[in-house]
Design a protein around this ligand. Structure first.
Ligand SMILES: [Zn+2]
Length: 343
């Protein structure tokens, strides 16, 4: 029986954005400890490889790649106020993207049943010609392009549950009907995009679903959004692949986000997406680490998702108390999406 794939490597510790930065190497260090404890009968640990210039070039301009490569000549370079590189960052960014591609290749061949790329730096804010928000390369977008080009994927669902809106991913597939981008995020919040009215453009109109949540949402509110929006629209789309921008910064202990999710809430979302993948995508679902800045909460939450990947088990349904408060928002999003997903 195929195992779950996990990409992780000590080289991911080498990207160092400087002292006191929340996106610090320790995030990966505690996940390396977690990986050490995994049962190798259930999980296969995959080494990364650097993504090629052509692979990252599917999502980024030549000028931007040149700029990023040049950052490896200097000790520190600030792409913006939050996004700082060291000499190793360019190489580590290529390893993050290539690690994710390795995982997707293992799943495409049927050798792996599903997977989780535990890599850094994160990627979903990275734009075609600009790094921002701790992100250098848009790893999930590079992965989706890879699936389209190499395996002829026709319908890729990218679910982004990071507390921040994945502006880079949305922009990459704004006009592309083969990639459905669905994001739950705190709003208004960094980076400012992700209003419910942003639904994609041209051929991609209707293939962007934004659920801009008020601060304070917890397991019950996220469960409501999944039950009423994410899973119904995802089922109608009938993806042949699911990629998850799994940020753990909506956790209640996270120092950056203002949400109230617990590790049970993440496990419930993972269960729902694993189930969707089983029904439509031959089980092909790959999780990719984005944010998540409280070390203990990150470790527990990732462990919960890995447990679901090994053996999907319906988590205890969260108390519905409080979930009703976001019903007006749920209805608003459904009304905006109705022209594309009803009937
Ligand atoms: Zn985030």
């Amino acid at each position: 029986m195929a195992r779950s794939g996990v990409v992780i490597d000590r080289d991911y510790l080498k990207h160092d954005p400087g002292p006191f930065h929340p996106e610090r190497p320790e995030r990966l260090k505690i996940l390396l400890d977690l990986a050490d404890e995994l049962d190798q009968r259930e999980f296969e640990l995959l080494p990364p490889r650097p993504a090629s210039r052509q692979e990252v070039g599917a999502c980024h301009s030549a000028d931007y790649l040149e700029l990023l490569q040049a950052t490896s000549e200097v000790n520190r370079y600030a792409l913006d106020g939050d996004t700082v590189t060291c000499r190793d960052s360019f190489g580590v960014g290529l390893l993050a993207a290539g690690g994710f591609l390795n995982l997707l290749d293992g799943m495409a061949s049927g050798e792996l049943k599903n997977g989780f790329a535990l890599v850094r730096p994160p990627g979903h804010h990275a734009l075609k010609d600009r790094g921002m928000g701790f992100c250098l390369f848009n790893t999930v977008a590079i992965g989706a392009h890879h699936l389209k080009r190499r395996y002829g994927a026709k319908r890729i669902l990218v679910m982004d549950w990071d507390v921040h809106h994945g502006n880079g991913t949305q922009e990459a597939f704004d006009r592309d009907a083969s990639v459905l981008y669905v994001s739950t995020h705190q709003y208004p919040f960094y980076p400012g995009t992700g209003a419910a009215e942003e639904v994609g453009a041209q051929e991609g109109e209707g293939f962007t679903v934004n659920v801009p949540l008020p601060a304070g949402c917890g397991d019950a509110e996220y469960a409501r959004v999944f039950n009423r929006i994410v899973i119904p629209i995802g089922s109608r789309f009938a993806p042949d692949w699911i990629l998850v921008s799994a940020g753990f910064d909506p956790h209640r202990d996270d120092p950056l986000g203002g949400m109230d999710l617990t590790e049970s809430g993440f496990a419930a979302m993972a269960f729902a997406l694993l189930d969707l993948a089983a029904r439509h995508a031959g089980g092909r679902i790959a999780f990719l680490l984005e944010g998540g800045y409280d070390l203990a909460a990150l470790k527990r939450s990732v462990a919960g998702v890995l447990a679901q990947m090994r053996d999907p088990e319906k988590a205890e349904p969260p108390s519905s108390r409080g979930g009703e408060a976001i019903e007006p928002l749920v209805r608003k999003v459904l009304r905006i999406q109705e022209p594309y997903w009803s009937g």
